[in-house]
Design a protein around this ligand. Structure first.
Ligand code: IYR
Length: 222
């Protein structure tokens, strides 16, 4: 067994309390302006920016630091169209058969439906894959731990980085999503976790008039 090796830790900057309050509240203001957008323009976005956002996601903590994720960046129009056709097929089933009346009622304020134009209109789709196990250099499987938690954390950081870069995103989860392995030629140790639609909002985009819970509703002080 390898013995752990340690290097010095360089801590974040030493802020005064007032600087820290300013910085934390400004970050909150920034993130509070994030909205999930469903109407995209076709304005292209640079892959350098997307790579920076994915590198940010890759800084997330993960079970045993095994980083059980893979990000597939799709901008090819033909591949986006294949994804739309397959996703809309599943979404048709969802909205007409699979979803319970209770689920459809919960979705009503969002105004979603089976039509997913954004899968073709938006310049980039990032398909986040979760790896149940990895592969060692010799090809043997290596188990991953807390994969859902790890990939959820990385995806949250990806969404924040995209928002910070002045782009908008939409978390899309057609269910089941296994068609994505086939279209994107991903191996069997990977499962689609989420499809993130990324780009700019269309000039006439609207978002539902919904609200976030208040701090008093979501935390207790003990
Ligand atoms: N996957 C469907 C339905 C859907 C489900 C939930 I939960 C949402 O928050 C939003 C949509 C769709 O993408 O339309």
């Amino acid at each position: 067994m390898a013995s752990p090796k340690f290097i010095p830790f360089y801590p974040p900057p030493e802020y005064s309390e007032s600087q820290r309050r300013k910085i934390s509240s400004e970050y909150y203001e920034l993130m509070n302006n994030r909205r999930t957008v469903r109407e995209f323009s076709s304005t292209p976005i640079s892959l350098e920016v997307i790579d920076d956002c994915i590198k940010t996601a890759n800084t997330a903590p993960s079970g045993a630091n095994l980083q059980p994720w893979h990000f597939c960046v799709v901008s090819d129009a033909n591949v986006k169209s294949q994804i739309r056709i397959a996703a809309e097929k599943e979404e048709h089933e969802f909205y007409t058969h699979r979803a319970t009346p209770e689920w459809l009622e919960a979705l009503e304020p969002l105004g979603t439906n089976k039509q997913k134009d954004f899968l073709e209109t938006a310049p980039v789709l990032i398909v986040v894959f979760m790896q149940k196990y990895g592969k060692l250099i010799d090809g043997r499987p290596c188990k991953h731990y807390y994969t859902q938690e790890s990939v959820g954390l990385a995806t949250g950081m990806l969404i924040s980085a995209i928002h910070n870069a002045g782009l908008v995103s939409l978390t899309h989860t057609p269910s089941p999503m296994n068609f994505l392995n086939k279209i994107l030629d991903r191996p069997e140790n990977e499962r689609p976790f989420l499809l993130l639609v990324v780009g700019h909002a269309s000039s006439n985009a609207e978002v539902p008039n919904i609200h976030r819970k208040t701090i008093d509703q979501i935390r207790t002080i003990i």
